[in-house]
Design a protein around this ligand. Sequence first.
Ligand code: C2E
Ligand code: MG
Ligand code: MG
Ligand code: MG
Length: 287
Amino acid sequence: RSKDRGGGVYHAYVPQLHLEAEERRVIELALRRALDNDELHLAYQPVVDSRSGAVRGFEALLRWSHPELGDIPPAKFVPIAEEARLIAPIGEWVLRTACAEAAGWPDDVRVAVNVSPEQLHNPQFVGVITDTLARTGLPARRLELEVTESVFLREGTGAVKLLKQILDLGVGLSLDDFGTGYSSLGYLSATRFSSIKIDRSFVQAASRGTAEAIAIIRAVVAMAQSMGMATTAEGVETEAELRLAQELGCGSIQGFYFGRPLPVSEARALAIAVRRPDASPAATRAA
Ligand code: C2E
Ligand code: MG
Ligand code: MG
Ligand code: MG
């Protein structure tokens, strides 16, 4: 019966597995054309000062709308792009677009761009950054790159060197999703991250009163402070989580409580609006 549908004999035996492989193949094929077909864009989520609510910057988050497949979340297609070796061109597009768009924002508002470990394989990567900054006119200090702990797993000391070269450009460097990976304090102390982003899972657990999560956040914040790194609490959704982040000393917060990822025009408007001296933290909250 499966043959009648032209789907091959495997349908009958491992339908689930087959579907997953098939879905990946469909996504990969579509992804190969996504750049040329203009199907990608960026959404920008505000990162705000945990006390004043002032917008410090925005994280650029990749969005893909396919005419037939619909909106596909990055958690689904980024891993496929990485395996299919498509993340380098896509990542360069993200970097170029984010820098170009952020160049039009107020001068003290930064933009954060996620970088896949795969992109750090490219020996030209530092050149790509320098080139992009030069072309877009964005000052290096307004760009921040976000990497996860997995860069150390794949690249080891090579990653440490490359990350240092990036920092030497004057570009900021965040350790993203801290706590979900394979934290090595050795690598952490070898790289002068500008900031540590504490994963949403810790923020949630801590606000539910989990003692271990609270202890870990406290320790991370203390370590970050002693090393001159900033801290951001990720995925703050409620007022309780905001208060907790404040109490634990996280300097910045990011999450649906303050604002969801926004279209670029709204991000720019928000960045401008909240710089007015009368703007209160409440007024900062983007619905
Ligand atoms: P991330 O870098 O940790 O980005 C934060 C993710 O958390 C975003 O999901 C954001 O929408 C979501 N988020 C923010 N606040 C909240 C909240 O309060 N509650 C909840 N439940 N979620 C919140 P998104 O946009 O779906 O991106 C998922 C992941 O995909 C990112 O995690 C990042 O690892 C990856 N990604 C996104 N854009 C890019 C990109 O341009 N390049 C690469 N290499 N990866 C990207
Ligand atoms: Mg990120
Ligand atoms: Mg993150
Ligand atoms: Mg995360």
